[in-house]
Design a protein around this ligand. Sequence first.
Ligand SMILES: [Ca+2]
Ligand SMILES: [Ca+2]
Length: 339
Amino acid sequence: MKKLSLSNRIALASLLVSIVACVATVAVVPEIRQLLNPSSSAETPAAPTRLSTNLPMQALTGTPTEEATPAIVEFGSEPESAVIDVGDLYHVRIIDGMTEVWVPGGTFLMGSDVSDSTRNDDELPQHSVTLDGFHIDETEVTNAQFARFLNDWGNQMEGGVTWLDLQDKDCLIQPVGSGYQPSNGYGDHPVVEVSWYGAKAYCEWAGGRLPTEAEWEYSARGPDGHRYPWGNDAPTCELAHYEDCVLHTTSVGSLQEGASWRGALDMAGNVWEWVADWYGHYSSGHQVNPGGPSSGEYRVVRGGSWDYASEQMRSTIRAYVLPDDSKQNVGFRCASSPE
Ligand SMILES: [Ca+2]
Ligand SMILES: [Ca+2]
């Protein structure tokens, strides 16, 4: 099938979502997980990149002042299929209109070579990873999409915090009446101020999951081990959205030239992206579908953001954030495995 343009696909996705809106929302209640103590004094892993909470942010209007009452959740019959196939390369998820691109299974070298003078220590040791094929979202999840999720489920507490930090002035979703909506003009910007729990819950609602760290890196750099999603050329503002560009999030998917080898957009820049894994040291040796350490204190975020330097756009860069923390430069995208 001929590949549709991004705008056509967005239009198609919107149409599909409208059709299915009358059908029912099928969701899975995220299991209640053990509470994590945000003031824990456990030892910090040795790593160069911990995200700061004090980075510049343009002033935003409409700071929400109180929590909205969660919307009523209604259950109904399950749609016959959760996705519409639009071709070999991608399909559209009905519940939120997200396009997912297909990443075929393969083997790649994860992390950086020890001789690379620009690498950080936590990118070592470089190791061979084999992955089964999976789908990953073409773009970061937007404020409009996350607001729709909150309107189904309310802003639930998990891990000691709400999924979305509505009290933060940098949050771009606001409670309105008994529901939620994106701040004016920010509907197609990536959701920020979302905890790891909120990101995970969204992906489960959408019928998927957070990508593993290995899946994220493979989606970005591909089997040839590119330095950036688009290849090895240094970042420009046509390729990625970072601190030399506009000091704010931008519309997802607006930098087509920066597409990864499978067509995923903004994998470098715009917002860092939560992945499923705990942060920890890589192990050496060949691994198959690795899921990271079995426990930890921090969760991994990937890809750099609008307020980070071009050096942070490398596809092997790792950073870490407490799962109950939420930041103005951290969002996410989802993945799924074939049924
Ligand atoms: Ca990103
Ligand atoms: Ca916050």
